[in-house]
Design a protein around this ligand. Sequence first.
Ligand SMILES: Nc1ncnc2c1ncn2[C@@H]1O[C@H](COP(=O)(O)OP(=O)(O)OP(=O)(O)O)[C@@H](O)[C@H]1O
Length: 250
Amino acid sequence: MIEVKNIYKSFDDNDVLKDVSSVFEAGKTNLIIGQSGSGKTVLLKTIVGLHEVDRGEVIYDSRSFTKMHGKERKDLRKEMGMLFQGSALFDSKTVEENVRFPLDMFSDMNMSDRIDRANFCLERVHLENANHLYPAEISGGMQKRVAIARAIALNPKYLFCDEPNSGLDPRTSIVIDELIQEITKEYNMTTIVNTHDMNSVMGIGEKVVFIANGEKCWEGTNAEILKSDNERLNDFIFASKFLKQLRAGS
Ligand SMILES: Nc1ncnc2c1ncn2[C@@H]1O[C@H](COP(=O)(O)OP(=O)(O)OP(=O)(O)O)[C@@H](O)[C@H]1O
């Protein structure tokens, strides 16, 4: 479980996060949604420690990340897996080498165990025969699966995904979303996903936190979204004609 408590973050005179609090439970796909520029990425980066909070606290299973320094933080970071926008694979490394990378860097496993673990993770994302291919030789959806395999290589307790569906077609997006949800449940991870993909929200939004202008405006489940009378949320969600129709029929 990850808890953010009354977080504030500014850049110069731009107050990006204002008093944001929420709890993200283990075994659930927790989504952060909001318009472009609303502060989703800054929130995610603040949670993983790429930005320091100005005020407030980030707590990982009763451990205050905000109050940690040095080695303690480094150790906690080893429990985090990250899936960045655009997959962020190393072009000059093969699929297997990409997945092995965190193991090479942060584990004390021998080479044979690292290769076994990389293969296990690749099988888990249904990518059995791509080990020796390079990222440029596989599709965008396969690249995402490699990135997921790499993110789970160190068996993280916490998984962070920034726009995991960017650049993917709707069908492949669903496959990736379902994979993220499956592994979240299988390993009881606390997963936080930044997205503005409404298909993801409706598909895997077990908890949805809506950020507008740096403030938490609403939170609930995907089922509750359709019934919400929060005006700002509705303006955001039902900007899509398809969802307006869905709501009318619900
Ligand atoms: N490192 C930074 N330095 C200064 N300002 C920043 C920095 N990172 C983000 N911001 C500002 O914070 C605000 C929120 O940006 P953020 O990237 O969190 O939005 P977002 O909701 O993730 O948008 P998108 O969906 O387009 O990725 C923007 O005004 C942005 O300019």
